[in-house]
Design a protein around this ligand. Structure first.
Ligand code: NAD
Ligand code: DAU
Length: 336
């Protein structure tokens, strides 16, 4: 089975590549990644020499590069490649349009031409917008994205689904909630706060810190994505959530406790413009149709994740300092 994973040098993509090589002996994985600031080859250093793995540097916005990566065909494409950070989308929205919308459209077109059997679009619960205190997003909830990031992801979802409707392309879309776990770029809440706490730096809590996210361990997401990729119904959307709603302040305090630091490190800062208040997913579709449910309990997954960052201080220190960018040059001989 030939699998093209885009964005495999990022957080979820690198966990997914490891998952495939570990769990699927028949999988031959090509990781196609542009190596933006979020792409880190060190995330996959341990599988670099794996006989069923190869890395190709390229952008999903570059049709010729995508065609070259698909030259020998592929059974499935998993499209993780994206600009993924909401805060960055407030300052450079155009990049989000280029990568998340035009990049997805370019990749999909190339995949259809290359007769790829299935296209899996990795999307997000943020496309649904924000919830009040009650209710859950189902797959039929109308999309109402709030940020340039989520608007671009929503546009990509619609584009991919239109290819199914109009051209009969075999596509599936996953919409997951907030992931956490090893190798997450320390701009996102959990790795930023864990690494700041370890360095005795302030933890910047936006607004009142009472926003709610539904936390999902990245291993649970990888398992769900692969299940949707292999067993999901063509043309369908699948929510993937952790059934684990937590206020940001609760997560922040749990991190401080796990790291062994006091709450004096909490620093309330200005709120994120357009900040979504609450996300919560109804995951009964994937539970009933595909028999998936989250396994990792947050009360165990969070301390385990904190331990991982404690034990991999060098990894995140190199990311925070920018030193991880040297890896490409050292191993592939060309500058970034
Ligand atoms: P990330 O920012 O850690 O990684 C993104 C990866 O994509 C990087 O390796 C980067 O180099 C690569 N990339 C960016 N632009 C590219 C391009 N033009 N061509 C090829 N590669 C490119 O992201 P993540 O957190 O791992 O998220 C992966 C996917 O999952 C994204 O599509 C995101 O929208 C979605 N998602 C993330 C979460 C989450 O909690 N992190 C939740 C739901 C959905
Ligand atoms: O819901 C899925 C989405 O989760 C994904 O689609 C995105 O790619 C991913 O980045 C994530 O988006 P969020 O905006 O929810 O994640 P982030 O880690 O940036 O923020 C989580 C919450 O914490 C959010 O309410 C904002 C808040 N926050 C975040 C940071 C970085 C803070 O209070 N302070 C911070 O410094």
């Amino acid at each position: 089975m030939r699998i093209l994973v885009t964005g495999g040098c990022g957080f979820i993509g690198s966990n997914f590549v490891r998952f495939l090589l570990r769990e699927r002996p028949e999988a031959h994985v090509t990781n196609f990644d542009a190596l933006t600031y979020a792409g880190n080859l060190e995330n996959l250093a341990e599988v670099e020499e794996h006989p069923r793995y190869r890395f190709v540097r390229g952008s999903i916005t570059d049709r010729a590069a995508v065609d070259a990566a698909l030259k020998d065909g592929a059974d499935v494409v998993y499209n993780f490649a994206a600009e993924s950070h909401v805060d960055r989308s407030l300052y450079e929205p155009q990049t989000f349009l280029d990568t998340n919308v035009k990049g997805t459209a370019t990749l999909l077109e190339a995949a259809v031409k290359a007769k790829v059997k299935r296209f899996v679009q990795i999307s997000t619960d943020e496309v649904y917008g924000s919830l009040g205190k009650d209710g859950f997003f189902t797959e039929t909830t109308p999309i109402k994205p709030s940020s340039p990031y989520s608007a671009a992801k929503a546009a990509a979802d619609l584009w991919v689904l239109a290819y199914h409707h109009t051209f009969g392309a075999d596509v599936v879309v996953t919409r997951s909630s907030n992931n956490y776990g090893p190798f997450q770029f320390p701009e996102k809440l959990i790795p930023l706060f864990v690494s700041n706490a370890l360095e005795d730096k302030p933890l910047p809590v936006y607004g009142d810190g009472r926003q709610v996210r539904d936390w999902l361990h990245v291993e649970d997401n990888c398992r769900a994505i692969e299940l949707v990729g292999t067993k999901g119904k063509s043309g369908e959307v699948y929510n993937i959530g952790g059934k684990c709603e937590r206020e940001n302040l609760v997560v922040t305090k749990a991190i401080l406790k796990a790291v062994g630091k006091t709450e004096s490190l909490i620093k309330y800062v200005a709120d994120r413009p357009g900040h979504d208040r609450r996300y919560a997913l109804d995951i009964s579709k994937i539970e009933k149709e595909l028999g998936w449910s989250p396994k990792v309990k947050f009360e165990e997954g969070l301390p385990a994740t904190v331990r991982w960052y404690l034990e991999h201080r060098e990894w995140w220190a190199r990311v925070k300092s920018g030193a991880y960018r040297e890896y490409y040059e050292k191993h592939y001989g060309k500058g970034l």
